[in-house]
Design a protein around this ligand. Structure first.
Ligand code: ADP
Ligand code: MG
Length: 396
């Protein structure tokens, strides 16, 4: 059944339109977006698709084909940040953010079906937010550009759902274009679509979803974020973005020489100097890796990006320490089987890795990864190719 047919079955009338917004993988630039740094995501062919119609009576009804729950009904003027309405907090948060920004949104009926794997580090949440924001913006004639949709979606996730994410995921879902990676400066949202025509180069980018999520990761994002902020403070810069790659050695010396506790927050309970040194090294080298990747792609040297990806993985594993045995196993097995490069992508502690391979080696590398998991008795990962796909759009 199509989303429009399901909408009709649920609500007793037809939708005004159908919209789609994709999940994403980040090629390179991890844990940089809360440091005003650079990222390079591409949109997946997997999308959240929403059939939507306006309402004038202040009621918001949402339904997902993917949860097994019934229709959730909310009153738009009673939406409260962090009031915990389960998955419905994502679309409700977008309506709340739109209304909070002064847009006269008087309700909606929405039915959603998504092919973006959830909780796999592929941004099913941003896809859901952005598709809602785009549909409501178009239906209400708000004419919001993709950048504004992304900011509203991020606000919904930060303030309403209560997840402290950066802007990358929403910008990727709203802005990516087919056949390109999005080179994004998260400081001012300056951006460029960089051609990433894998097929023309005889290459494939594989996504390996490990299907695991370690609880260890739960406090890690906030802790890394605090550590990066402490590092910036200790170095006297606004954010780590302001530390040039050429200044890295000096910066690390400064941090290492600080008296114990100097890198910590006001309460003295922040991360240790040794951790701050590692976090700063990751962020500064990772920003540099994004710039190196852009230069390689501009020179049409797509293969040359492989080693940069692998370096990025080592930095996330050893300096930021957000990898896990499953992600490390993908990278080592892929490498041993002849992959050009591989790294974890997203927040880590499970979720997904990406692997750059020659098209001719795709089957060998995939088999090697699956075999490595089987040998260790681990859950069989899901592997699929990530063709750089289109951003959010109206389908009908
Ligand atoms: P990721 O964005 O990496 O997939 P998150 O934890 O940020 O992981 O977001 C996943 C959450 O988004 C789910 O737990 C659910 O609340 C919501 N979500 C995503 N896709 C759907 C969907 N198709 N239906 C209902 N809720 C969804
Ligand atoms: Mg998410």
């Amino acid at each position: 059944m199509s989303v429009a047919e399901k909408f009709r079955e649920l609500y007793g009338y037809g939708p005004e339109g159908v919209w789609a917004a994709p999940g994403r993988v980040n090629l390179i630039g991890e844990y940089t977006d809360f440091n005003d740094g650079f990222v390079m995501p591409l949109a997946l062919p997997h999308t959240a698709v929403a059939a939507v119609a306006r309402r004038t009576d202040g009621v918001l009804r949402v339904h997902s084909a993917d949860t097994g729950e019934g229709v959730v009904e909310l009153a738009v003027d009673a939406l409260e940040p962090r009031s915990g309405t389960g998955w419905a907090a994502y679309p409700a948060g977008v309506v709340w953010a739109l209304r909070d920004a002064g847009h006269p949104v008087t309700g909606a009926d929405l039915h959603l079906a998504s092919t973006v794997p959830t909780g796999a580090g592929l941004s099913s949440s941003a896809a859901l937010e952005v598709v809602t924001a785009l549909a409501v913006s178009e239906l209400y004639g708000l004419g919001l550009p993709p950048e504004a949709l992304a900011r509203l979606a991020q606000r919904a996730e930060n303030a309403f759902v209560g997840v402290p994410c950066g802007i990358m995921d929403q910008m990727a879902s709203a802005h990516c274009t087919e056949g390109h990676v999005l080179h994004l400066d998260t400081r001012d949202l300056g951006r460029r679509q960089v051609p990433f025509d894998l097929a023309a180069h005889g290459l494939r980018l594989l996504v390996v979803d490990t299907l695991v999520k370690h609880t260890l990761g739960e406090g890690a994002y906030a802790e890394r974020r605090a550590g990066c902020e402490a590092g910036a403070r200790a170095l006297g810069v606004r954010t780590l973005r302001d530390v040039e790659y050429g200044q890295l050695d000096d910066a690390l010396r400064t941090l290492a020489d600080l008296p114990a506790g100097a890198g910590a927050g006001a309460g003295g309970s922040g991360p240790a100097a040794e951790q701050v040194v590692r976090y700063v090294r990751h962020v500064v080298t990772e920003n540099h890796r994004v710039e190196r990747t852009v230069a390689l792609l501009d020179a049409a040297d797509v293969r040359g990006t492989g080693p940069v990806l692998t370096e990025g993985h080592a930095s996330l594993r050893d300096d930021l320490r957000v990898s896990c045995p499953e992600l490390d196993l993908v990278v080592s097995a892929a490498h041993a089987a002849g992959a050009l490069g591989a790294r974890m992508t997203g927040g880590g502690f499970g979720g997904s890795a990406i692997v750059l391979v020659e098209t001719a080696d795709e089957d060998t590398v995939t088999k090697a990864v699956l075999d490595a998991f089987a040998v260790e008795g681990r859950t069989t990962p899901r592997v699929f190719p990530a063709a750089p796909s289109a951003g959010a759009r109206r389908l009908r």
